[in-house]
Structures are given as C-alpha cells and as structure tokens.
Design a protein around this ligand. Structure first.
Ligand code: D5M
Ligand code: FE
Ligand code: ZN
Length: 530
C-alpha cells in the first residue's frame, strides 16, 4: 500500500503510536519519498513524543537522508507497503475486556446474558481496494431554508409528493377538494398528511387529512380493527385511507388505512465478503460521565485479531457533551469549552485503528444547528476531528458500505415516538420498536412543532426515499435491535454513564456496548466494554 495519501500516512503513524499535526502529515505526503521520510521522522522524534509536529518533519527534511533505520526499507511502493503492514501490527493493546452478548436477529435489548470472548493482538491486514463507502443525501452546504412561511409550504409539498408516491399504487386516490364535491354514500380514497386527530364524544376518531388541495375529515369507528392504528399516528405523517362518504358527504367513514411502509418483500443487500461494521453513538466526551475506561477497552479491542473483520466504524451523533444543551448541564461537565471537547473527542478517536473507515453525523449535543436535518460539522470542527480522515456527513444520511445501505440518524424523534405511542409499540426498553414506526412512516421525524426541531428546507431530507438495509440511530442511550420487514434496526446505546437528569426520570442507559454487524449476513453481535 503506497504511502502517497495523507490518510495512509496518518494510519501508519497511528499504528506506531503517534498522533500527528495536520501540517506534519502534509509535509510527509509532499516529500520526494513519503515512506522514507516517515521512517526517518519516526526514528528522529524523541522517545517521549506522542505527537509528530511539522517542526519534527522539517528537521528531518532539512537533514541529509540518513541510513535506513533497521528493518525499514526506504524506496518504492513495496517498501511503503512493508512499513504500513508493520505499522498495523505494532499496536499491542492490553487484553480485551469484552463480552459477546448475542448473535441472531430476533428483537433484542441489552438484557441478554453476556458470554466471555477472547482476542489476541491484531492481524488486520486490509485491502482498501475491497472496500467501498458512498454517502448519499448529505445536505451539508445545501441548506436553503430561511424559516419563512414559504419554506414550510415547500417542505410539505416535497414530503407529500415523495410519500404519496409510495401509496399511490395501493389506493386510487382523489384530491381532497374533489372529494368535497362528491355525493353522499360514494366510495372515496384519499392520501394526506395528518393535520389533526381528535376523539368524538362517543369515542370514535376524526383524522383530518391534508393534501395540496385542501383538508378532509375522516372518521375511524372505535370498534373497527383499524382503530388501533390511530394510536400510532403522529402529526404530519402521510397515510392513505379508503372508505365511504357520509350521507351529507361531509366526512369519510374509513374502512382501511395504509402507511407508506417498507414492502414486506424487501430483500436486504449484503456485502460480498466477510466484513463487519461497528455501529456506535453518543460518546459524550466532555461529560463527567463519559466512560473513558470503557472507550479505551473498545479502542484496544478494535486492534485485536478478534476485531480484524471490522473495517467500518459508524458514529451516529453526540460526539461530545456540548455546552448549554440542557438546563444545569454545566454542573456535570468535565471539559467546559466546546472546542476543547472536540479536541478531547479527537484524541479518543485516534485510539481506534487508523485503518478503519469512519463515518460520523452530528446529534443534538453537537455544535451544529439543532434543527433537523443537521448539516455536517463546519470546517473548524472538521479540522479538529480530522483524525483517521473520518467522513462527516449530515444527520440523517444514507451511507452505503459495500452495497449495504445504512441510514444513519441521530434519533431525537425517538423521544417523541416513545412519548406519544403506547408502550407496546415504542418504549425506552425497546428502542428498535420506535424505529420500526419510523420505517413504517418512511420518515425519520414526521412531527413539526413538537419536541423534535425541524428546519423547513426546499426538500424534505427526512423522508426515507430509499428503503435502508440497516437503520442506525442512537440518542435514547438504550441498546436494542431487531428486524422490521428485513430491515435491521439498531439503536446503539452510549458511552456515558447515567446523568443526574436520567436518574431523576429513571432512564437507565446502556453504556459501553458496541453493536457489530456482519455486512454479508446482517447478523448482529454486541460487545460489552463497561
Ligand atoms: O439524551 C439522552 C436521552 O435522555 C434522550 O432520551 C433524551 C433524554 N434526556 C437527557 N437529558 C434530558 C433533559 N435534560 N431533558 C429532557 N430529556 C433529556 P441525549 O440528548 O442524547 O443526552
Ligand atoms: Fe446522547
Ligand atoms: Zn442525543
């Protein structure tokens, strides 16, 4: 593997236990023979140096090329490959403290019994040519919203267009305006966004559905089977109804209700080789409750042979604890300055193997706008978090790993789904069930004006236009996973022990777990490091 790119130089240095200034990496990359420069720099830096600086590199470049250090060849791609392979095997972490929890695809939460597992030092010897990582739907830099009324009209139109398309094959819908001109007793079918849900005196339900032409009231009788769907409805989601108009044609009596949903026939894509991804979130560096020990054990374990098939690391938001996110949060901060929090996060990120491909999206604790979709971090923060050339994209984003589509979304709307739906359909103990609801609605955060802040943009980036193979969220700090119509839903827990607030509301977080997915089978394993 030639050392021509900064990413590879960073990997080689990290593998030898060094962090490096960005400028130092640029200087090495720009030298006549990066492999030899790297070897000489490593030889020349003082034994106690942890960070290679630009000055270290300049000194080496200014001096005449020294004799090759023992065991290192200095010319050509083959030599660089040797240097790199050597780099990846030099890390000798402590024995891993990890436990495999489970390995099948029924619904799961963190209660499953742990089983011990062992691993030795890494033999990761990856071929980057086998990897592929693509990101779609990144809205970073695409924000058009001004917060004006017009933007709301546009985003709702786009939402309606995208979601109604998914329902049009199932109902023969007519616009609300046309239905309002029909005669009593006629059959009618309508697709609309839920504008209001209220109960009548006798316990039936009236759902106002809105499309681009108007709003029409639809009545669901309490004794019909479909009445149980009313419990699942969130404002502004898109549904279709079929029924019969009342005698005065003023209301539609609903017989059936349809959600955009994931087709039951959905077949998940899988990778062509035995490769894995670790899906984590909610690191919360900078919080007093950040579990550095568990993180270090995870990072060390990633260097072991047992983890060598893990080639991708996805982090679904809340990299740091942030500042001023919740009232009185400052009392529990370990690092008060937001930039220092990202510096500290970056140091922790450097301890994972440099040859992982990493993707990160922001969450509600991160220093980007709170309203969703959240753009990826700005340049200053990207610079701070440049370790291992991690890719940064918006929340949400679709990330395709060797053909497997992973929808990454931080998960703030899960709080809302859990608050509004009955416990058997969504709860903190079974966060994946709340995710099933989002899949059924084909939207990561349907409800405007509630707990989840949404930014109106020209397009609704929060619609799940394509069915993901894996849906990865975090935020609620609970671990849970399961399959919904062949889509693997994973909520990934956190790396933050229980906060005072969580204690006060009885949230018992699942902290220090790493869900690992086999990309060729979509089977899940969970490792415990806490
Ligand atoms: O939130 C982690 C979980 O805890 C998520 O379900 C929200 C909830 N939470 C945490 N702190 C608060 C406060 N102060 N108010 C309301 N809800 C809260 P995260 O945002 O990822 O830390
Ligand atoms: Fe969080
Ligand atoms: Zn969060």
């Amino acid at each position: 593997m030639p050392l021509e790119t900064p990413a590879r130089i960073v990997r080689a240095l990290v593998g030898r236990g060094y962090n490096a200034e960005r400028e130092a990496v640029t200087l090495i990359a720009g030298s006549d023979d990066p492999a030899s420069t790297l070897a000489r720099v490593v030889e020349a830096v003082p034994d106690d140096a942890l960070r290679i600086t630009a000055d270290h590199v300049r000194e080496v470049l200014a001096s005449a090329p020294a004799a090759d250090p023992p065991g290192t060849e200095s010319t050509g791609p083959a030599a660089a490959q040797a240097a790199d392979a050597d780099a990846s095997s030099t890390a000798e972490p402590d024995p891993p403290v990890s436990a495999a929890i489970s390995h099948d695809n029924a619904d799961h939460t963190a209660q499953s019994a742990p089983a011990e597992a062992e691993g030795g030092p890494t033999g990761r010897n990856v071929d980057p040519a086998l990897r592929s990582l693509e990101i779609a739907n990144d809205m970073t830099g695409q924000s058009t919203g001004t917060g004006e009324y017009d933007d709301f009209v546009k985003v709702f139109r786009d939402r309606y267009e995208k979601l109604s398309k998914m329902l049009r094959g199932r109902v023969n819908h007519r616009p609300a305006k046309a239905i309002s001109k029909m005669s009593g007793g006629e059959d009618a079918e309508l697709i609309g966004l839920v504008d209001d849900v209220r109960s009548t005196k006798s316990g039936h339900w009236i759902i106002d559905l809105e499309d681009t032409t108007g709003t029409f009231p639809c009545l669901v009788m309490k004794d019909k089977d479909i009445a149980s769907y009313v419990d699942e409805l969130l404002m502004d989601e898109c549904i279709a109804v079929q029924g019969t108009l009342s005698g005065d044609a003023g209301i539609l009596f609903v017989d059936s209700m349809h959600f955009p949903d994931v087709p039951r026939s959905h077949r998940a894509n899988t990778a062509d080789r035995d490769v894995q991804a670790a899906l984590i979130s909610d690191v919360h560096v900078g919080s007093q409750e950040f579990m550095a020990g568990a993180w270090n054990r995870f990072a060390d374990w990633l260097h072991t042979e047992e983890a060598e098939r893990i080639e991708y690391l996805l982090i679904a938001g809340d990299m740091v604890e942030g500042v001023g996110v919740y009232p009185n949060q400052d009392e529990e901060l370990d690092v008060i300055d937001i930039y220092e929090q990202y510096e500290a996060f970056s140091e922790h990120l450097k301890s994972v193997p440099g040859d992982l491909d990493i993707v990160m999206i922001p969450g509600n604790h991160d220093a980007v706008r709170l309203a969703e979709p959240q753009p990826g971090f700005d340049d200053e923060l990207r610079d701070i978090m440049s370790a291992h050339d991690a890719r940064i994209t918006s929340n949400p984003s679709m990330v395709t790993l060797e053909g497997v589509n992973v929808l990454m979304y931080h998960g703030v709307s899960l709080d809302e789904v859990i608050a509004e739906l009955p416990a058997d359909k969504a709860s903190y103990d079974e966060p994946h069930k709340a995710m099933y609801q989002l899949l059924k609605k084909r939207h990561v955060a349907p409800q405007f004006g509630g707990h989840t802040r949404l930014a109106p943009e020209e397009l609704d980036y929060l619609v799940m236009e394509d069915v993901p193979d894996i849906f990865h969220t975090g935020h609620v700090h609970k671990l849970g996973w399961g399959k919904y119509h062949n889509v693997l839903a994973v909520n990934s827990g956190c790396w933050q022990a229980q906060t005072d607030f969580q204690k006060s509301v009885n949230i018992d977080p699942d902290a220090g777990y790493a869900p690992i997915v086999d990309l060729d089978t979509l089977n899940m394993t969970v490792r415990k490091f806490s």
